[in-house]
Design a protein around this ligand. Structure first.
Ligand code: SF4
Length: 292
């Protein structure tokens, strides 16, 4: 199936280009890389430096994404690359997400057909674009995804929800399920810790909830960042009232990582409190994550 491909960039009058993959909308001089380190202005065209260059390939249970209401009990072929459009100081995949792509990399380029063949041979029912933000490798993900779709596989995004609207609209043609990370519910805090505008994430969540894409949401509950009753209530309230009470909410425990090593693991009691709050707000499915 041939789909109309959205523009990945725009040529500006001053000779620079603007990347349209995510709402950072980086404006780039010739030769300059974007914030994510995965895209570059190459002779006034956007070059996706990570195309065909996965930094992580694994076979995971679909529940690890986490998706609990989609292809239950199946395996998903999971792929991620270098780069991210957020800069979360607690990132648990920082070793790939917070790096810039080495342009002098040699070695095998793994084309979409090869990914799809490997997924089928591994008895996976889907391909997941995960580990780092798939918006930054959207040109590669889309080519893999359309080939996967032709071969009867489903496509899964694990995302921070910061795509441009044109990319969100395009995703509706080929992405079957998505888990979006809703990190907190205060605009200033969201900006401070991720670099992204929370209202854009909320806009995209509303758009996805109103589409055929299966949606689940994750919040990493971090001590003294987003674990207050008020903040957890506001997140749960938004999901219940604006997205739907059937949308599953995963509340996961934080462990110290990357630049955030100044606090302890999230206590199990905090996660159970978040579950109570979610249920009180009317959500039908609230799940704990990362507690043992
Ligand atoms: S995908 Fe990368 S280059 Fe493009 S706008 Fe987002 S951060 Fe900038």
């Amino acid at each position: 199936m041939e789909l109309f491909k959205p523009a990945y960039f725009q040529n500006l009058e001053d000779g620079r280009i603007k990347c349209l993959l995510c709402e950072r909308r980086c404006v780039l001089n010739n030769g300059q890389k974007g914030f994510c380190g995965a895209n570059k202005n190459n002779d006034n065209e956007l070059k996706n430096l990570v195309y065909g260059r996965p930094a992580a390939l694994n076979i995971d249970p679909i529940e690890k994404k986490p998706l609990y209401h989609f292809l239950k009990g199946s395996k998903t072929y999971s792929l991620g690359t270098i780069g991210c459009n957020f800069k979360c100081s607690w990132c648990q995949n920082y070793h790939i997400s917070q790096k810039s792509m080495d342009e002098n990399l040699h070695g095998e380029v793994i084309l979409p057909e090869k990914i799809v063949t490997a997924a089928i041979q591994s008895n996976c029912l889907s391909i997941s674009y995960t580990y780092n933000e798939p918006a930054v490798f959207y040109p590669y993900a889309r080519d893999v995804g359309l080939t996967a779709k032709e071969n009867g596989l489903k496509n899964v995004f694990v995302s921070n929800g910061y795509q441009t609207d044109s990319i969100i609209q395009d995703m509706k043609n080929w992405v079957d399920a998505i888990n979006v990370d809703l990190k907190c519910f205060e605009k200033d805090k969201h900006k401070k810790y991720t670099g992204g505008d929370m209202d854009i994430v909320l806009r995209n969540l509303r758009s996805i909830a109103d589409s055929p894409i299966h949606l689940e949401i994750t919040t990493l509950v971090i001590p003294d960042i987003n674990d207050s009753d008020t903040e957890l209530s506001n997140i749960a309230d938004f999901i219940a009232k604006e997205l739907g009470k059937d949308i599953p909410w995963h509340v996961s425990a934080f462990h110290p990582d990357y630049k955030m090593t100044d606090r302890n693991f999230t206590q199990a009691e905090t996660i159970y409190r978040a579950i109570d709050i979610g249920l009180c707000k009317g959500l039908k499915f609230v799940y704990p994550g990362n507690i043992f």
